[in-house]
Design a protein around this ligand. Structure first.
Ligand SMILES: *[C@@H]1O[C@H](CO)[C@@H](O)[C@H](O)[C@H]1NC(C)=O
Length: 325
């Protein structure tokens, strides 16, 4: 049984914010956040930022990162989505933890949400090498060894770890977004308390194929109160979604007849922060990305296994042919 109180503790961060009357545009838009939330205006470690491969510092010790689903309980584990007027959020009521990634703690995933644009030229919060992406996903976790909830961790140094993932549009449908997008019509109107249950799936599928290429820096929440307690990991390699899937996000409403689009904050000054990257240089990655583009296209595991089996069969056949002739 999930009590309402519990939900508010876990997910209230954004639900409360919604009640506090801030938005992305107009009188309470992003240019005015600092008037009500001191960190948004005066902070020196704000997020998002413009990530640049050339000026970031390579840190070899930054390890591969993945998610683990612990204490699986088919009855109790639940995902649900809601529209809080600022974003589409997926509440995670299951024991997913981040492994690796050199985070120095056990971070438990509480929720994920998205930022997207009205057009494909904008939408992401972080920019990378002078480029914005049409969608960015944030997987929000907190140090569950030290704190009992996201709400408690917000005020604590490195209390929160967020994984940022860029999405690019291509011709292929990303079926891993289906559990969310199949139910999006039910949350078209903003109402942070209207939760729609969606099937539990492995959150790992939402990460790009290669999770050892990322940027790491100390920053903030990208929404009020912009608290500077977030250890950021932004994946270098983008994920993919189909054009019609991106359109689905744009059908959400932020108010009566007002589409929920362009819900991103602009890059903030880096000031004296060092931005680390886990990979030595860009060139190596571009080559790998091309391979992975194809893998992502038919990311269904049985499909991939099938092609490996096919390849193995072909090699075996070739070897047999070689030996017998
Ligand atoms: C988060 O930051 C805001 C100011 O931007 C502040 O009012 C609030 O108390 C902070 N939250 C915590 C838990 O420290």
């Amino acid at each position: 049984m999930i009590s309402t109180g519990h939900l508010l503790v876990c997910f209230g961060l954004f639900a409360f914010a919604s009640g506090a009357g801030w938005g992305y545009h107009g009188a309470h838009g992003k240019g005015h956040w600092g008037e009500s939330y001191s960190h948004c205006g005066l902070g020196k470690k704000q997020s998002p930022i413009h990530l640049q491969t050339a000026t970031s510092e390579y840190k070899e010790s930054l390890a591969n990162l993945h998610f683990e689903h612990h204490n699986i309980d088919k009855e109790k584990d639940k995902f649900f989505i809601f529209n809080n007027g600022h974003t589409l959020q997926l509440g995670v009521h299951a024991d997913f933890v981040i492994k690796g990634g050199s985070l120095g703690g056990t971070y438990k995933i509480a929720q994920l949400h998205f930022h997207w644009g009205k057009t494909d030229a904008q939408g992401s919060e972080h920019h990378k090498d002078h480029k914005a992406y049409p969608l960015e996903m944030h997987i929000v976790s907190y140090d569950s060894e030290k704190y009992n909830s996201l709400g408690e961790a917000v005020g604590k140094d490195e209390g929160i770890a967020v994984i940022g993932v860029f999405f690019k549009v291509n011709d292929h449908h990303n079926k891993h977004l289906d559990p969310i997008l199949h139910h999006i019509d039910a949350v078209q109107h903003p109402d942070a308390l209207h939760h729609v249950e969606v099937p539990v799936f492995n959150l790992q599928y939402l990460l790009p194929h290669h999770t050892k290429y990322y940027f790491r820096y100390h920053g903030s929440l990208t929404t009020p109160g912009c608290n500077e307690t977030v250890l950021w990991t932004v994946m270098d390699m983008p994920q993919f979604l189909g054009g019609p899937q991106l359109e689905k996000f744009r059908t959400l409403l932020e108010g009566p007849n007002t589409p929920l689009v362009d819900n991103f904050r602009d890059p903030q000054p880096i000031n004296d922060r060092t931005i680390y990257r886990s990979f030595p240089h860009q060139l190596e990655y571009v080559i790998i990305q091309d391979v992975v583009v194809n893998e992502a296209a038919d990311s269904a595991a049985p499909h991939n296994q099938f092609s490996y089996i096919q390849l193995a069969l072909a090699l075996t056949t070739a070897a047999l042919f070689w030996f017998t002739h």
